[in-house]
Design a protein around this ligand. Structure first.
Ligand code: NI
Length: 172
């Protein structure tokens, strides 16, 4: 496993739509392991492959935070096949948009179809934080960030802040 750098706003790579994985092989499993290590190190509870620059439909999630044992979830080509009418609001953050937290409303429950690490087809019913997290990560696979769900005014303020910080970094 290797830790990889996380791509941050305003990098346009984050707007990429990721490609489905054709074959679940050792290369894909190695990439999932790198994602998990990068996510644990950050630390974060969810990561999409595009956040480390890989345009593949891969997601890692672990809601256990500092607790042991760990509960890693791996999702290959995840797809939401059902959402509840009931909505839930969580204060979301993102490893690609550090130190920004905003309330986002999403369906409270969802059902996700995906391939596991062995390439087997699975379905998982998600509620609570897991439902929010998987929807946030699948958004990443479609080039969508959580700030795309907040008001335009707030979003523009966030993007401006990160664009300015990037410029300062570039000019040293
Ligand atoms: Ni994110």
């Amino acid at each position: 496993m290797a830790k990889r750098p996380i791509i941050k706003l305003p990098d346009p790579v984050l707007k990429t739509v990721s490609e489905p994985v054709e074959t679940v092989d050792d290369d894909i499993r190695a990439l999932l392991d790198d994602m998990l290590e990068t996510m644990y190190d950050a630390p974060g509870i969810g990561l999409a492959a595009i956040q480390i620059g890989e345009r593949k439909r891969l997601v890692t999630i672990d809601l256990s935070r500092d607790e042991t044992p760990k509960h890693p979830h791996f999702f290959i080509n995840p797809e939401i096949v059902w959402t509840s009418d009931e909505m839930a609001t969580y204060e979301e953050g993102c490893l690609s948009i550090p130190e920004v937290f905003e309330e986002v409303e999403r369906p409270a429950e969802c059902r996700v179809r995906f391939l596991d690490r062995d390439g087997a087809e699975c379905e998982l019913h998600c509620d609570g934080l897991l439902a929010t997290c998987i929807q946030h990560e699948i958004d990443h696979l479609n080039g969508v960030l959580f700030i795309d769900h907040i008001s335009r005014l707030k979003r523009e303020r966030v993007v401006k802040k990160f664009t300015k910080a990037k410029k300062l970094e570039a000019t040293g």
